[in-house]
Write a protein of this length. Structure first.
Length: 758
């Protein structure tokens, strides 16, 4: 069954092709089907079918069209019930639809031709990286003309001094209002297209090396731009990596262990060991370890946001080259170059560049859009009235607090401009000012009023266009309808299907019991794999496994010395024992063995020593430590009145840490419950309890299968997730049957054939 986007349509909003607007659209009024008494028009169905199926290999075949019509009919049946329930009248529904309409309108409120031009220009600029310096004089975008002129003239004077031979760097340190200029002397380093604001970028790319631009206006103020150098694009690389996780903030011992591990992996690679085998065995990146460590995305400067990784990756020259270990916030990496390529063709980069252009150069596009809409929608301005409105501002406007009394006299409520004859009068503008005014400095009240008027004018033009998009663009009208129906249906689907399947426990269990055969476990092995570097390591591992207690060397505490030979704990003793509590609580697999030292080899002394150890043990158990995690014994080898503490673990993973103290890759331990096909080592041994040795990749694997779970039916809890999904499908199918009975469907087969014929 094909994926159908009927609930929330999957529309790539940014890629909508905005056709030339049509004031009137001739609609195909042929009816393809009737649902109850409601007609569904061929034009509507054809639009949705074409959008979702035009690229399919079986598009427009009889099977494809009829299958899609069945799905679309089910969708329309649900929408009809939602409408009859009045779900389309709620405030929440209307608010959500308005939000989506804003998103859908965005591609129609742009100058596509200009966007294409800016996209191509950005690509051409991306072929180079520019090193430039600048001097900035801050000026707000809506500053008074006198302030703007003063800033411009100041930079002209600085430019003339630089052209006469004064150091641009010293002038930047002295005059630039960019805070970084004091340290970098105005030098911004290398950058490429789409990394600076557009006017600045244009100045950098159009000024020759060694020359200084005329003052350039940006939203920050005026700049002088001096171009220091240019170089070709650094391109992109595809790499693989082996990663040892060591995130920022790890304890020093764990960080050191990670570094030792990555160093040993690097040493093995230098000795010629297989990259893929090492990645599969030791990399902590679960997404790439079984794929040779390959990272899916291409890497270029600044793309990952991990500078140390990018720098090391881009420094590799030939496929097969590997880096020395590189540290990032995520751990340690060894990077292998798989492929290098220069700047990709325009056809490949165009979509991503266009997205950035739409975001970063929206102001350029908006200016062009406003100019077009003014002509298209017959914008007429009364400039004299605009000036009269500007002078209604007083000093309180600069505090963001000016109040305006609504004008009741029609003559005084003069018109500022019209759009297709619709009048936008003074009262409307003053209401906008009241809502949008904010405290401002370094500007006169009248100039601030003019800036607010410009915003009001632009907003009015855009709002007018949005309100008439459905008249101009058939595609937009159809998209709004899709979203309207999809949002409308979401609540009903949740009520009838999604939440009901989860909350209807009795119904879900009944469905599960009626379909028990659909929910089964295959045969599964409880297995632990000990991956050893050599026979010696494997032999020692097996010996410790047989002993059943695994040494822990990084957990130590001070001995306790009892005062006056009393078999009880002092407050000092208790305080020292309290230091052990967090260690045992943190690791439930940890066991502490408390040994009481006997004074001499006689029964009474040994008994007293064991008693002292037991007192300490009982104290810890009384504090909430599991009794199996604390052992007590006596030792007559040393005389004294002490309790000594040694630790070991019940977890076989502790063996990994024990063996890897000096050489990080000595032993790797993997535990799990595996079905066939999930682990290539377990798959090679007999599936029955026992111990097996498997040689693979130059290492030895000791596989311990403790138990085999035979195939069986899943319990309700084990199958809950899948059962809920199946129950949802069942509920939906039953609901559809009810709707088809309530709203009879009549299909016009002749209209269906017309679409198939296409």
């Amino acid at each position: 069954m094909k994926s159908v986007s009927f609930i929330i349509p999957l529309v790539l909003i940014a890629s909508i092709s905005c056709k030339t607007p049509k004031k009137s659209v001739k609609s195909d009024d042929s009816v393809i089907e009737t649902i109850g008494t409601n007609p569904v028009y061929s034009s509507e169905f054809s639009y949705v079918y074409n959008k979702n199926n035009s690229g399919a290999s079986d598009a427009y075949s009889s099977a494809s069209v009829n299958d899609y019509l069945r799905l679309y009919t089910n969708f329309k049946l649900k929408v009809k019930q939602a409408e009859e329930m009045g779900l389309d009248t709620s405030k929440a529904f209307k608010k959500e639809l308005d939000g989506y309409k804003k998103q859908l309108a965005a591609p129609y409120l742009t100058e596509k031709g200009l966007t294409d031009k800016l996209t191509k220009e950005a690509y051409e600029r991306m072929k180079e990286e520019v090193n430039a310096s600048h001097i900035l004089i801050l000026v707000s975008p809506d500053a008074d003309p006198a302030d703007t002129l003063a800033a411009y003239n100041k930079l002209i004077g600085i430019r003339q001094r630089a052209l006469k031979g004064e150091s641009f760097e010293k002038l930047a340190q002295e005059y630039s209002q960019d805070p970084s200029a004091k340290s970098n002397k105005g030098n911004l380093g290398y950058f490429t297209a789409l990394q600076m604001v557009y006017p600045f970028e244009t100045a950098a790319y159009t000024t020759k090396v060694g020359e200084i631009s005329m003052p350039v206006r940006t939203k920050f103020g005026y700049h002088l731009v001096k171009v220091n150098n240019r170089r070709p694009s650094q391109g992109q690389v595809k790499v693989a990596h082996i990663m040892v996780r060591a995130t920022t903030g790890l304890p020093a011992a764990d960080s050191l262990e990670a570094k030792q591990k990555i160093d040993e992996i690097y040493s093995k690679l230098k000795q010629g060991e297989d990259w893929n085998e090492l990645a599969a065995q030791f990399s902590d990146d679960v997404n790439s370890k079984n794929k040779g460590g390959e990272i899916t995305n291409w890497i270029s400067a600044g793309k990952m946001g991990i500078p140390s990784f990018e720098e090391a990756a881009l420094a590799l020259q030939k496929p097969g080259d590997i880096s020395a270990p590189v540290q990032t916030p995520y751990g340690w990496h060894i990077i292998k170059l798989l492929e290098r390529k220069s700047l990709e063709p325009y056809s490949v980069l165009e979509p991503s560049i266009k997205t950035k252009v739409n975001k970063d150069r929206s102001d350029v596009n908006k200016i062009a859009l406003i100019q077009r809409l003014k002509k298209e929608d017959n914008f007429v301005e009364n400039s004299a009235n605009v000036e009269k409105a500007a002078h209604k501002a007083d000093s309180s406007l600069l505090k963001g607090a000016q109040k305006f009394t609504p004008i009741t006299d029609p003559k005084s409520n003069f018109v500022l401009f019209t759009i297709n004859g619709d009048k936008y009068a003074l009262n409307d503008f003053l209401a906008f000012v009241t809502k949008n005014q904010k405290p401002r400095k370094n500007i006169s009240p009248a100039q601030y009023m003019r800036a607010l008027y410009k915003d009001y004018q632009n907003e009015s033009i855009i709002t007018y266009e949005e309100a008439h998009l459905q008249d101009k663009y058939p595609d937009y009208r159809m998209l709004v309808k899709e979203y309207r129906d999809g949002i409308l249906l979401f609540q009903l689907m949740d009520e009838k299907v999604w939440s009901k399947a989860i909350e209807d426990t009795a119904g879900l269990k009944k469905f599960f019991n009626e379909h028990r055969e659909n929910y089964k476990w295959k045969e599964r092995a409880h297995a632990t794999i000990y991956n050893a570097k050599n026979q010696e390591t494997l032999d020692k591992t097996i010996a410790l496994l047989n002993e059943g207690k695994y040494p822990v060397t990084d957990t130590k505490v001070q001995d306790i010395t009892f005062a006056e030979n009393k078999d009880e704990l002092t407050e000092k003793d208790k305080k020292e024992l309290d230091n052990i509590l967090p260690i045992l609580l943190k690791d439930k697999n940890l066991v502490v063995e408390i040994t009481g030292d006997a004074e001499k080899k006689e029964k009474k002394s040994a008994t007293r020593a064991l008693n002292r150890a037991s007192v300490a043990r009982n104290y810890l158990v009384g504090k909430g430590i599991d009794s199996s995690s604390v052992k007590a014994k006596a030792d007559t080898k040393l005389a004294g009145k002490k309790d000594t503490f040694s630790f070991y673990s019940k977890s076989s993973k502790a063996l990994e840490k024990y063996f890897n103290q000096s050489a990080p890759l000595t032993l790797q331990v993997t535990e799990g419950l595996f079905q066939k096909g999930e682990n290539n080592i377990v798959d090679t041994v007999q599936w029955k309890p026992g111990n097996y040795t498997v040689a693979k990749g130059g290492r030895l694997n000791y596989v311990v299968i403790s138990k085999i779970d035979e195939p069986r039916l899943k319990t309700f809890e084990e199958a809950r997730g899948l059962a809920i999904s199946d129950y949802q499908s069942y509920l939906e199918s039953e609901w559809i049957k009810t709707l088809r009975a309530k709203y009879p469907v009549t299909v016009n087969e002749e209209e269906v054939k017309k679409i198939v014929k296409k």
